[in-house]
Design a protein around this ligand. Sequence first.
Ligand SMILES: Cc1cc2nc3c(=O)[nH]c(=O)nc-3n(C[C@H](O)[C@H](O)[C@H](O)COP(=O)(O)OP(=O)(O)OC[C@H]3O[C@@H](n4cnc5c(N)ncnc54)[C@H](O)[C@@H]3O)c2cc1C
Length: 499
Amino acid sequence: MKKKSKLYLSLVLLVGVVVNAAGALTRVLAQTETDATTGASEAMYDYTDPASLETSYDVIVIGAGGGGMAAAISAKEAGANVVIFEKMPIAGGNTMKSSAGMNASGTKFQEAEGIEDSNDLFFEETLAGGKETNDQELLRFFVDHSAPAIDWLDSMGISLSNLTTTGGMSVERTHRPADGSAVGQYLVDGLLKNVFDHEIPLFVNANVLEILQTEGAASGVSIEINGETVEVQAKAVIVATGGFGANFDMVVEYNPDLEGFVTTNHDGATGSGIAMAQLLGAAVVDMKEIQIHPTVEQETSYLITEAVRGEGGILVNQSGERFFNELDTRDNVSAAIIALPEQYAYVVVDEALKERVKALNQYESMGLVVKGETIEELAELTGMPADALQATLSQWNESVTNQSDEAFGRTTGMAIGLEQAPFYAIKIAPGVHHTMGGLKINTNAEILNEAGEVIPGLYASGEATGGLHGKNRIGGNAVADIIIFGRQAGQMAAEFVQE
Ligand SMILES: Cc1cc2nc3c(=O)[nH]c(=O)nc-3n(C[C@H](O)[C@H](O)[C@H](O)COP(=O)(O)OP(=O)(O)OC[C@H]3O[C@@H](n4cnc5c(N)ncnc54)[C@H](O)[C@@H]3O)c2cc1C
């Protein structure tokens, strides 16, 4: 889990183009580091020419991740003249890197699979995962708008029809692309296409330095673009700048225990939007709640998606034994790994699971996967005792057959055992992954000050905000958050400017 001396390895893209079942263009990317994914969007789209920058818009969106693009599309649909400023050379942010999927309850895709779910169950399980500390008004809005968010994406050609589970849920609620590939690249490609179809200007290399304020209301931004600093006016500003998981000064300020951890985040996750809004009096919540993800490959800081465990993967220690319920919440699984003497573990899967989770091919092409033609060979290559690993897999397969994990009480991700050779292992340990704290908002996505009052014209969505997830975010809820509250921020901002 310790940070490498230099996180920013060179960009290596191995781009395979796949047309998924929905017919949308999806890339399967192999990447070595946080910023690798974004090169694809650079290749595919012409971002807006800086020369066409205007002096004023109705709504300014800061950040072109999922939360920002959803907000912009929604604002445009509601009739606003909207612009997006992105500080990196390409759009996508952490959204591009998201892997497992997007949670939603009572969707048409669940119904088609015969999965019984409800907004109340989603609410209860998210609240339990968050140790009952979630902002319950935000959470209620979130679950109630989750299925409409899936429909909204679907109406734009972004179809998340394939279901799986992540930790902390009792039913298949995590929606991903039809072919089971990672959600992020597909989602960003789809949102970008809609941004351009809606003729929304998207400026990259456009670093917002300050949010302007006039008579207590947000009134524009100051940006650095094309080597110049300019002011752009607006009647509303949406902060969609993401979290601060790549800003270790900030991470360690709020949680000193995380000194030296690796991060799964892209370079732009610096928390700048939070800091800018604070200068306008914005309140923040839950800032010390920083999620570490249990399964991060440490040489590359690359996340091994929770879908691997959701589809039936297990965790074993260096002694070849399981040691915890792999699909417990992330904080608990991470703590269990850190409590091992070796402070790392292996994700173990078989050939059949590899075929169900496409990301595993990507991990293999990156050299992260150890392959054994037999269990014995896998044990030898990873230095585990072969008899122990053999016994662990036999016992696990028996648990799957009986649908009862007496050892650790796991109840999900148990549909199919691990029986088909070859077998694979990936060595992992926890890494900084998601910042659950951020700007305090209400269900209109309006940013609040310390007194709980709305700061006029100032909205936020996505990982820049706090409160929804409480002390622990459930995997798949962040992508749902950015679409649900991005949509809401865009619509509310558009209504505000038309008042
Ligand atoms: C490896 C990985 C896998 C994940 N997998 C999942 C998953 O499967 N499911 C799930 O629910 N969640 C997942 N998450 C979490 C989820 O992806 C993020 O929480 C979410 O995408 C954040 O979206 P966002 O739009 O708020 O921020 P981002 O997507 O990070 O976008 C914010 C954008 O704002 C830009 N920006 C920042 N400051 C400025 C500024 N001053 N001026 C201009 N632009 C600025 C940034 O460069 C960035 O492009 C994952 C995260 C990671 C890192």
